[in-house]
Design a protein around this ligand. Structure first.
Ligand code: EPS
Length: 381
């Protein structure tokens, strides 16, 4: 089973990842991983940290001559900011102090401190930080290279930033080309302008903002995941992967919460056959009964505004219990475009995991054999 661990504090030396369960024989492009890391760093509304970092992955094991060995793959992403935090975050000696005692509402600070017994809440925020998402993006960018040769592709865009929505039609032929060139991940240029003005206003008032992102996966064969047991359901695993991303408060597959408002005939996708089975519409977002049904997989996620507010909310100092304003840590005003890259990576991980579960986890040659046999069989169904 494909799985991974991440380690690392936001101002520690580096982020580290171990990926276990990749088959042998997958061609790995480090450039593709670094492309995704660079994408995650972009977006209008990012804070000062992204000007310091130039995220690059280094592969330490499990790959030889750009091909996976089937053994665990270790990755490292250095934190350039470590140079400024060595004294505060040193693993052996830490002489500097940048302690945090006024927890930010909406962050892990207070409950994390209670749970782990930290009186300096820096010990919580260092790990709870969304810096960890750089590691997850590297994982998604690496593992998806096992399914891309089978024609599986991953796309994502920003649907909404605060109150501003991208009104462009996602089916327009150049939609994702326009998204790629947009600082806010929108396809419609006028809406993108509105979103940037909105972010400027949010920044000027010491606020932060969230939004909605969408990932679309094309080329997924019918039958990934399963209806037979709860923990093998593809939609459940995708929801878990996406909900575990920092600041995500909602996940929808296809029509999502919209299914509650309409009668069955307007929700369920009629089946047709023209040499192969397909659906007339895709309200299910490509998943029925916990299995991919061969249509595009469509996942939306809602990101809350980042909890650090330059115009801070009220809180309580954990030492003397006095009423205070929340501590202000350097932060982003809007990280929604970055979030779309992270959600894409989380979805890529879950799709790859389900794909390898179905078509062999040991070796790409076996996966190809099983894939061909399965596709032949379902063509004749
Ligand atoms: C982030 C790095 C962090 C934050 C941000 C995400 O770096 P620093 O704390 O040094 O500014 O900018 O994380 C948060 C806003 C948060 O609340 O967790 C990154 O690499 O994406």
């Amino acid at each position: 089973m494909l799985r991974y661990f991440t380690a690392g504090e936001t101002h520690g030396k580096c982020l580290t990842v171990i990926i276990e369960g990749m088959p042998s024989g997958v061609k790995i492009s480090l450039d593709k991983i670094n492309e995704q890391l660079a994408r995650r760093q972009q977006g209008y509304g990012r804070g000062g940290r992204m000007a310091i970092e130039r995220d690059r992955a280094e592969i330490l094991s499990g790959v030889r001559g750009s091909v996976t060995l089937g053994s665990p793959i270790a990755l490292k992403i250095e934190n350039k900011d470590w140079a400024n935090w060595e004294k505060i975050m040193g693993t052996e000696e830490c002489t500097g102090d940048k302690s945090v005692t006024c927890p930010r509402p909406g962050h892990a600070d207070l409950t994390g401190g209670m749970k782990y017994g930290h009186t300096d809440l820096r010990n919580v925020l260092e790990r709870a930080s969304a810096r960890e998402t750089a590691a997850r993006v590297a994982v998604g960018a690496l593992v998806r290279q096992a399914v891309e040769p089978f024609g599986v592709t991953f796309l994502s865009h920003v649907k909404r930033i605060g109150s501003v929505e991208d009104t462009a039609d996602v089916n327009a032929p150049d939609f994702f080309e326009r998204v790629k060139n947009s600082p806010v991940g929108f396809a419609d240029a006028a809406d993108a302008e509105k979103a940037m003005k909105y972010i400027d206003g949010i920044k000027a008032s010491g606020e932060s903002c969230g939004g909605i992102v969408e990932t679309i996966v094309k080329g997924v064969p019918a039958g990934l995941g399963s209806y037979v047991h709860y923990d093998r359901k593809l939609d459940a695993n995708i929801a878990f992967g996406v909900m575990s991303i920092q600041a995500i408060k909602g996940v929808e597959i296809g029509m999502g919460f919209g299914v509650s408002e309409l009668p069955g005939s307007k929700v369920h996708d009629e089946i047709k056959y023209d040499g192969a089975f397909s659906r007339v519409t895709n309200n299910a977002g490509g998943i029925e009964g916990g299995m991919s049904n061969g249509e595009d997989i469509v996942v939306k996620a809602a990101m809350k505004p980042i909890p650090t507010l330059y115009n801070p909310l009220s809180t309580v100092n954990i030492q003397d219990k006095s009423a205070q304003k929340a501590s202000v840590e350097r932060s982003d005003v809007c990280a929604v475009p970055a979030c779309s890259v992270v959600v894409e990576a989380a979805v890529a991980f879950e799709i790859t995991k389900a794909f390898l579960e179905k078509f062999s986890g040991d070796c790409m040659a076996d996966a190809q054999t099983y894939y061909n046999a399965y596709m032949d069989r379902i063509k004749k169904f």
